[in-house]
Design a binder for this molecule. Structure first.
Ligand SMILES: Cc1cc2nc3c(=O)[nH]c(=O)nc-3n(C[C@H](O)[C@H](O)[C@H](O)COP(=O)(O)OP(=O)(O)OC[C@H]3O[C@@H](n4cnc5c(N)ncnc54)[C@H](O)[C@@H]3O)c2cc1C
Length: 191
């Protein structure tokens, strides 16, 4: 059977790879001259399944209103009243509850962990070599509200047995050796 994959980013190429392995005759088409030249080009290269979380989260509706006024907002939605967009926004807002966030994050983390395992298997299979570090990810919070907000994520990590540690400001300075020069402002923030 012949399959055409539209888009040669990481998603299109990995889909093509697994389809080809299963015996399909695959053609990948992209509007660019080479592969991975759009979103998959020069991203941060971080693979952190436990960190995956939905944009629809408690507190986001209020933040989104503030972002509308910012030039460099992390999420921008233009204000024109298009029906499809309104429907999408309705669904997004309905998912900004604690309960929906828990369900959605749990699903995302489980999928991301599966994806990470597939990536490790694929890496072995094709023998890709690159500079990778596997020291984990540090999330640093400067404000009490941020620490409190992280509790909902920690709950999901616990439920899914994702290895993690909650560190005090003193412990984080031990783990992240680049932080001590900043410790004065950190200590002030946590005082
Ligand atoms: C700044 C930045 C940093 C990021 N950092 C991370 C990170 O650290 N870790 C992480 O996991 N994720 C990160 N991401 C997200 C990650 O890069 C994307 O989720 C991922 O690359 C998306 O892959 P994709 O294949 O879906 O899309 P793309 O890589 O965008 O691929 C889509 C392809 O489709 C082609 N295409 C589109 N329309 C057409 C058309 N009409 N005809 C033909 N071809 C078409 C495009 O040319 C493109 O090659 C980051 C993203 C950004 C922007």
């Amino acid at each position: 059977m012949r399959v055409c994959v539209l888009g040669a980013g990481v998603v299109g190429l990995t889909s093509a790879y697994y389809l080809a392995k299963k015996g399909f005759e695959v053609t990948v088409i992209d509007r660019q001259e080479g592969v991975a030249l759009e979103t998959s080009f020069a991203n941060a290269g971080q693979i952190s399944p436990g960190y995956s979380a939905p944009w629809a989260a408690p507190g986001i509706p209020l933040k989104a209103i503030k972002w509308l006024m910012q030039k460099h907002a992390p999420l921008k939605i233009s204000a024109d009243p298009e029906l499809k967009k309104m429907a999408w926004m309705g669904k997004m807002l309905a998912n900004c509850t604690e309960k929906a966030y828990d369900v959605n994050k749990s699903r995302m983390v489980a999928l991301a962990e599966y994806s990470r395992d597939q990536f490790i298997a694929m890496r072995k299979d094709i023998g890709i070599k690159y500079d990778d570090g596997q020291g984990g990810l540090t999330q640093l919070f400067r404000k009490d509200e941020q620490v409190e907000a992280s509790e909902k994520d920690i709950k999901v990590l616990k439920a899914l047995n994702v290895p993690h540690q909650v560190l005090t400001p003193a412990q984080i300075l031990e783990v992240e050796r680049v932080l001590p020069p900043l410790s004065i402002s950190l200590k002030a923030d946590f005082a």
